[in-house]
Design a protein around this ligand. Sequence first.
Ligand code: ARG
Length: 470
Amino acid sequence: MAQLWGGRFTKETDQLVYNFNASISFDQKFYRQDILGSMAHVKMLAKQGILTDEEREQILDGLKGILKDVESQKLKITDQYEDIHSFVEANLIERIGDAGKKLHTGRSRNDQVALDMKLYTREEVAAVDELLNEFLKTLLKIMEENLETYMPGFTHLQKAQPITLAHHIGAYFEMFKRDRFRLYDIYQRMNVCPLGAGALAGTTYPLDRDYTAKLLNFKGPTLNSIDSVADRDYLIEFLSALSTIMMHLSRFSEEVILWNSNEYQFIELDDAYSTGSSIMPQKKNPDIAELVRGKTGRVYGALISLLTTMKGLPLAYNKDMQEDKELTFDAIDTVKGCISLFHGMIATAKFNKKVMEDSAKHGFTNATDAADYLVNHGVPFRDAHGMVGQLVLRCLEKKISLDQLPLKEWKEICPVFEEDIYEAISLKTCVERRITIGAPGKKAMEKVIEEEKKYLQENEKVLDFLEELV
Ligand code: ARG
């Protein structure tokens, strides 16, 4: 048991208590951030005359050595330490002796852990953003290639109106683009440095908090020391953004699963992204999409869990907050994995354009356009709606589509119909006449694609702050 306290205790900690309390098994994940934070702290202490330049050099050398040795796995992080902070400090003292004991001057584990978690999360916000950026590029490519791939658009899972695959994928492009904006917003709000808040009430040492904030690439220091150590809002916001990303991926997964089914056959997943059945030789299952859909619950769980943990906590730090870590790490790893795999699955999937187009031809997706034809000839929309409804009924009885119905029968319902109705309700016409911005017509989609391209160019690496910190 190696811990950073004990002076006022007369007994050893019970082993079960020690185990229950310890966080090393998971907070070792941010060993690098912990060391970088300490390096900034030490530089500041020396600048303020709290440490000598010699002590500063000794400590910095020691910390760099620890970082190097952990990274090369020469030094193993073991559970003989309570947490990553104890691990680093104990190793430092072992390496450089007394100077190492000065590292924690003017600092508490409360502001230290708040900093470590923020540094770690900040990098992960950028990493998720980068994955989404790459995914968006693939979606845009699919859009560019499918401006004339007609398919049915659905409402209530019933065929509604014809659209194109570019238009459908474009909806997801917008969703994941918004997700990136959310990450950017979160980053802006969280990018203030809690180091120097101490346990909760600052310290009596003349710390230069602006300096450490600058060294660590923050906008500046946090403005209230109590809030600095008690705040986990940024994690809740991040988990909420991650949940929204999962919700989007899950809806997309649901469509992939449907589209890949024998009934739809809109897409065929690549063999490399499908799985088989142990008993049914014919099966090719969309397990990746199903797992992504399934893992959504796990990420929502993290959000609800942390919200619930935080809801009753009095100010400032409480040990409950240690619970923020495992669930956040798990959610981040889950979402990153899901984006990468889903991306690979979509990039390699084959779209069965002919099946999609045939599907749009049936199911009366052009009925609205038939009604619009009448409106363009002076019939009030409500009447037109009723008449086309009757035509649909006729077709249903005959088991044919509207374009297969002879003109004579159209005219029986409304004499206004002429030969050009067939042109008016062709799939191509139905789609290509929808040219208001945001609609599926090729002209409108081309404009949108230009805008999305511009967006991608201007937002490559918006959160690129990962240069060497200290
Ligand atoms: N492992 C702790 C956490 O994750 C570090 C902070 C400990 N602070 C304390 N006062 N016990 O929250």
